[in-house]
Design a protein around this ligand. Structure first.
Ligand code: 7TS
Length: 411
């Protein structure tokens, strides 16, 4: 396996114990842990630079503005954007998708237009579109899934029909790890002139993403899932679409002039950043992309494939355990959803926590339509990142055997 084990020393939280045992953190799809470099960058910003941005005509404010804009440039480079001005800082993926739904969708969609999603989407790539559909009279349509919960391309041109104006699809499922095949989906969208919105919450942290070659118009992602702080994310958009998109939020910082009855907007990306932005968080976000760029995203992806291969192999040893999602490692990331016999996922998570110090997620993972498709109310989910080791997986497997004993599963 690609050896990233030396990285673990950078993550102070991974050194802690729970209930007297070393913590085994297998919930990185929910949020990642943070390296010292990110924590230090944020603390250092508050110690030495803190001031509001784009306002004060004094040195400190200029330094804070420079730090904030330097972070934007780092994020832009990280995803291959042609200019930092194509990167809008947001609260996270959810806010980014809402910006597109309200800023672009509300003004462009009409009665009878179609918004196409997939059944595997996170609620944050469903609910904003439902809200905008309700406002505009547009309708929602879904790409269905195959038996292993991958997007079914069979009826692509029927679903993405001539009425379709938006195709919004995840870059990687947070439940099954499935990576939908974007090129044919985007090509179908292009045939009918629809825009392509990618929910990059899982894809950007876990795989190399290059917007210059990816056939998308918008890409939303969150810093906290990629070693950065909570409270910030980014929305990348094609320049001309950002130009024509209306701001979904108004306030200070996003205007060039304000009259009593009308205002004019600041140039992109500032017109989408109303109010005091998350400045320290942006600095932390910049440090996180520096950290990931140093490892190299191809190495991050290689590690994820290796650890997922190991985990799927070890989980297959456990009787009554069922994994949901693609088995082809090229078509999936390191989020592994499973059920164990008829043990409720929450009970399983509690046993793993109490008996083995293993932190996994249990529930619907904000993907209720997918849960219905899988005919389960919830799953247990283990998810991995750069610091996950084979030892972590072994402790998960030991804990799962213990859960079988406790719940009296035999054989
Ligand atoms: N899209 C996907 C695919 C996600 O996994 C998540 C968060 C979001 C959107 C929303 O991101 P946010 O940062 O705006 O909240 N996923 C999870 C998860 O799997 N468990 O907790 C949050």
């Amino acid at each position: 396996m690609n050896d990233l084990s030396s990285l673990r020393a950078d993550f102070p939280l991974l050194q802690r114990t729970v209930g007297g045992r070393p913590l085994v953190y297998l919930d990185s799809a929910a949020t990642s842990q943070k390296p010292e470099q990110v924590i230090e960058a944020i603390a250092d910003y508050y110690r030495t630079i803190n001031a509001n941005v784009h306002r004060g005509a004094y040195r400190l404010s200029e330094e804070a503005t420079n730090a904030y804009e330097a972070a934007r440039a780092k994020v832009a480079t990280f995803i291959g954007a042609s200019s930092p001005s194509e990167v809008v800082f947001t609260r996270g993926t959810t806010a980014g998708i809402n910006h597109v739904a309200y800023g672009w969708g509300l003004n462009r969609l009409r009665q009878g237009d179609r918004i196409v999603l997939t059944v595997m989407e996170h609620h944050s790539n469903i609910v904003p579109w439902q809200l905008v559909a309700r406002h505009t009279g547009a309708e929602l349509a879904y790409l269905r899934l195959t038996e292993d919960y991958q997007v079914d391309l069979g009826d692509l041109d029927e679903v993405i029909d001539g009425r379709t104006k938006v195709v919004a699809v995840t870059g990687m499922s947070n439940v099954t790890g499935a990576i939908p095949p974007l090129p044919p989906i985007a090509a179908a969208a292009r045939r009918v002139g629809a825009i392509v919105v990618v929910d990059g919450a899982q894809a950007v942290p876990h795989s190399p993403v290059d917007v210059a070659t990816m056939d998308a118009d918008f890409l939303a992602f969150s810093a906290h899932k990629m070693l950065g702080p909570t409270g910030i994310g980014a929305l990348w958009g094609r320049r001309e679409l950002l130009e024509e998109m209306e701001p979904a939020e108004g306030g200070g910082e996003m205007i060039s002039d304000v009259g009593l009855y009308e205002s004019r907007w600041a140039p992109v990306p500032h017109k989408f950043e109303a109010g005091t932005p998350p400045i320290a968080q942006a600095v932390g976000f910049g440090a996180a992309v520096d950290y990931l760029a140093k490892i190299g995203m191809p190495a991050v992806r290689d590690h994820e494939i290796a650890i997922t291969r190991y985990a799927l192999g070890r989980l297959a040893e456990i009787p009554d355990l069922r994994v949901y999602g693609p088995s082809d490692l090229a078509a999936r990331g390191g989020a592994v959803s499973f059920t164990l016999g008829d043990i409720h996922a929450h009970d399983l998570a509690t046993i793993l926590d109490e008996e083995a110090g293993v932190a996994i997620r249990a529930g619907h993972h904000c993907a209720k339509p997918l849960m219905r498709e899988m005919h389960v109310p919830s799953t247990a989910r283990a998810s991995f990142y750069v610091y996950t080791t084979e030892d972590d997986i072994d402790l998960l497997v030991t804990g799962l055997h213990r859960a079988r004993e406790i719940f009296g599963l035999v054989g």
